[in-house]
Design a protein around this ligand. Structure first.
Ligand SMILES: [Zn+2]
Length: 278
């Protein structure tokens, strides 16, 4: 093709033939930003070794170096948002030999009886798969669901199951946000995704209420007032506004809640009040 800038030589511009007007410059720029990000992500990820408590195999665990991800903000249900990497994508440890999967804080805490249940009900069916170095939200969802299935088989506490469900809700919300960044996004896919998010919010709510009644704190690294707050926010997301306000009020008047949690509790209360006015 002829040089679209031909004629500008007389204004002093030579060699204009190589200038590209649209797509390629943009693509290259996006590509170089992506390559830079990938290199940073590679520096943040590392592999550590662990022995699987179910089958005894040596397994490699993809992990995120502590303190490397920068927290930008958090949603009212405590979903954290980070800059270049999302550490909780790597929070499920999975043994590719036997299919045992659990959140890292629970992975080694398993009895012989529970291990035998996993062997009989998970390992016999499990077909391993290869995961790349960097996980996507979809891959994380798959791993969390496998951890959830394992938690049912090993008869885990309700708090453990609820925590996995909460994180699945966070993951589905993250996928929805990704879908909406496309101009011509698939509305059906978004709806399905939102339905999954709500289903897991509901399961997390049921599990945490049950844990609140039956278990002693802390659960999943959270103290009683944090779980109280979380149940309040999960109830709000499910449209149980009166119930939400009861839980949230406990947080606002609590002596054990820090300012960060109290501020979030006030935000939840304001959201309910404003919605009731509309
Ligand atoms: Zn194993």
């Amino acid at each position: 093709m002829s040089d679209i800038f031909s004629g500008l030589e007389k204004l002093g511009f030579q060699n204009t033939k190589e200038i590209k007007l649209f797509e390629e410059e943009k693509k290259n720029k996006t590509k170089s930003v992506r390559e830079k990000q990938q290199k940073m992500i590679k520096d943040i990820l590392y592999d550590r070794k662990l022995i699987c408590p179910v089958c005894g195999e040596d397994i490699n665990i993809r992990s995120v170096k502590a303190g490397k991800a920068k927290l930008l903000s958090s949603d009212l249900d405590l979903r954290p948002k980070y800059d270049i990497i999302t550490p909780y994508l790597y929070d499920v440890i999975l043994c590719n030999c036997c299919g045992y999967a659990a959140l890292s804080r629970f992975f080694s805490k398993i009895t012989r009886t529970q291990a035998s249940w996993i062997k009989n009900q998970i390992s016999t069916a499990y077909k391993g798969r290869f995961y790349p170095e960097e996980y996507t939200f979809e891959m994380a969802i798959e791993r969390y669901k496998l951890a959830l299935l394992n938690s049912v088989v090993k008869k885990a506490k309700d708090s453990e199951k609820a925590y996995i469900c909460l994180k699945l809700a966070w993951l589905y919300r993250s996928v929805s946000e990704e879908i909406m960044t496309n101009d011509n996004y698939d509305k059906q896919k978004l709806k399905e995704n939102n339905d999954y998010e709500r289903a897991f919010v509901e399961k997390a709510y049921v599990g945490f209420v049950s844990a609140y009644e039956k278990e002693s704190f802390p659960v999943c690294g959270m103290n009683e007032i944090t779980v109280t707050y979380l149940i309040g926010e999960l109830s709000r997301r499910l449209g149980k506004n009166d119930e939400s306000l009861r839980w949230i009020s406990k947080v606002i008047i609590s002596k054990n809640a820090n300012d960060r949690l109290k501020n979030k509790a006030r935000d939840v209360k304001d959201l309910i009040k404003n919605n009731n006015q509309n």
